[in-house]
Design a protein around this ligand. Structure first.
Ligand code: NAP
Length: 277
């Protein structure tokens, strides 16, 4: 890719850079010579990613932050500005999945808490980065997910957070059109990452899951889609079964209800079959 058609020499803040999709976005940006700000909570894993990026990236900074807190989001953006003088692209990738029926939650607080990293952090980061992005006609890129486009049984809190992300991104994109700052929302289907190792149950307790034989996109392929959409300032990119879900939700919601609540076994509660993210 030529530097004219890449993020070479640009400044990109990447959240979720310690793992999965965010890690791959960071590595691929590094290969384009991007100046990187890598954000996450796990300093060891961030350092390992930084090492991998360092050979190619322009310059690189690691910011260890818990993005569920506004101050920490502000600090990540401030570090980018202090180190590089501005921000060209903000990649909001950090997220946390939660799976479990709402009726099984022993407290509702956990269901609300899951909004923080999935939704609140996007709002905080955009708020603090916007003045800098505006100066450079920059890019906001947010990773949503399949559950942001339909209410998939078993994912009420996670789906609510991702729906909020969709509404925020669509509105922000239209508001920012006159400024030249683009907003790209990427909604992947299932991607093979640590997201299921980090899964919480409806009560907010760790509840890791395996992928089994399910087909899943690789994190590096997903990152390629994210970067292509970001570069082209694509408003929305949906991957895998998301388009089908969106269509059914819009024109055949009753059929989608039946599809998503179809029993998979002879006993026990219905589990989601057509969609898991
Ligand atoms: N994998 C899928 O099937 C799939 C499908 C659709 C959408 N998505 C979305 O894709 C995004 C990336 O997920 P992934 O699949 O790459 O999962 P992952 O491998 O578990 O990565 C999640 C990332 O989010 C960061 N993170 C979580 N909580 C954080 C917090 N409070 N503060 C700062 N960073 C935090 C983690 O960093 P630390 O642990 O270092 O904090 C990690 O880097 C998420 O938004 C997820 O919802 C994933």
């Amino acid at each position: 890719m030529s530097s004219a058609a890449s993020f070479a020499t640009k400044v990109a803040v990447v959240t979720g850079a310690s793992s999965g999709i965010g890690r791959e976005v960071a590595i691929q940006l590094a290969s384009q010579g991007t100046n990187l700000v890598l954000v996450g909570r796990d300093s060891q894993r961030l350092s390992a990613v930084a090492q991998q990026c360092a050979e190619n990236a322009g310059k690189l900074v690691v910011v260890v932050s818990d993005l569920s807190l506004e101050d920490e989001c502000a600090r990540a953006i401030a570090e980018a500005v202090r180190e590089f003088g501005g921000v060209d692209a903000l990649f909001c990738v950090a997220g946390q999945a939660m799976k479990g029926r709402f009726a099984d939650a022993d407290n509702a607080q956990a269901c609300v808490r899951v909004m923080r990293v999935n939704y609140d952090s996007t709002v905080f980061l955009c708020h603090h980065a916007l003045p800098h992005l505006t100066k450079r006609k920059g890019r906001i890129v947010v990773v949503g997910g399949l559950v942001g486009h339909a209410g998939v049984p078993g994912y009420s809190a996670y789906a609510a957070a991702k729906h909020a992300v969709v509404g925020f991104c669509r509105t922000l994109r239209r508001e920012l059109m006159p400024t030249g700052v683009s907003v790209t929302l990427v909604s992947p289907d299932t991607v093979k990452t640590a997201v299921r190792d980090n899964m919480l149950n409806a009560s907010g307790m760790p509840s890791p899951e395996s992928y089994g034989s399910e087909s899943a996109m690789s994190a590096s392929e997903c990152a390629r889609h994210v970067l292509a959409a970001a570069l082209a300032r694509t408003p929305e990119l949906v991957l895998g079964r998301v388009r089908l879900l969106q269509t059914l939700q819009a024109i055949l919601p009753g059929a989608l209800d039946r599809l998503l609540t179809k029993p998979t076994g002879s006993s026990g509660p219905t589990q989601p079959t057509a969609a898991t993210r």
